[in-house]
Design a protein around this ligand. Structure first.
Ligand SMILES: CC(C)(COP(=O)(O)OP(=O)(O)OC[C@H]1O[C@@H](n2cnc3c(N)ncnc32)[C@H](O)[C@@H]1OP(=O)(O)O)[C@@H](O)C(=O)NCCC(=O)NCCS
Length: 188
């Protein structure tokens, strides 16, 4: 997608991120709840630490997606947990791929994480495919992981070990017509 920029989120982005988080398909694919308030989201933004990394995907001043990475502490300092959500109307256009590439680049090449991990609901084909394409493997099933639309759903625990000696630019090649990392051109 042309003109897509992946950049760190700011306080002014919180309302747009909240609107995405409330979309029914996003609620269904994540741990959000329909009653999520803007003020809760703002408070969570204020509580972010240096170990929380938050990117948004922006095109023509519209926030289309969000991705976060939380780095663990102490003996799990080498590992981080991530999640991605793309506005329903803009899915399937490479935005999730661009956001994931930004997180992997940050993890591999700038903060030196060894292991990336995430949970994805069983049956979430789009997310599972996205992560598998970027080196994540299913490590197990978390049974009855979350209460979702009136039923317990399982989640897959997926993880990726940083490939030895490679940079993300060598492992990530955007498909034809898919967005690259918009932030790379604007670096000083
Ligand atoms: C998962 C999600 C982030 C993917 O974002 P996206 O912008 O649609 O992803 P992309 O366009 O970059 O596509 C990524 C891959 O998923 C595949 N995909 C997209 N929709 C799919 C579907 N319904 N079934 C199977 N694969 C699908 C794409 O084909 C693509 O693979 P390809 O390059 O081989 O074609 C997005 O669907 C989303 O926000 N879902 C709701 C929230 C969620 O589930 N988040 C993940 C929780 S960790």
């Amino acid at each position: 997608m042309a003109d897509l920029e992946i950049r760190p989120a700011g306080k002014d982005d919180v309302e747009a991120m909240w609107r995405i988080a409330r979309q029914p398909a996003i609620v269904a694919g994540t741990l959000q709840i329909p009653s999520l308030r803007l003020t809760q989201r703002q408070r969570r933004f204020d509580d972010l630490t240096d170990d929380d990394h938050l990117f948004v995907a922006e095109r023509h001043s519209e926030i289309l997606g969000v991705a976060d990475l939380h780095v663990h502490d102490r003996r799990r300092r080498h590992a981080g947990d991530l999640g991605i959500a793309v506005s329903t109307a803009h899915q399937g256009k490479g935005i999730g791929t661009a956001l994931l590439a930004a997180l992997i680049d940050l993890a591999d090449n700038w903060i030196g994480l060894h292991r990336l991990e995430l949970q994805v609901y069983a049956g979430n084909a789009a997310a599972t495919r996205l992560y598998e394409k970027h080196g994540f493997q299913v490590e197990g099933t978390l049974r009855d992981y979350a209460w979702t639309d009136g039923a317990y759903v399982d989640a897959l625990f997926m993880a990726r070990i940083r490939p030895a000696g490679t940079k993300v630019s060598e492992t990530f090649v955007p498909a034809e017509g898919q967005a690259g990392m918009g932030s790379s051109d604007s670096a000083p």
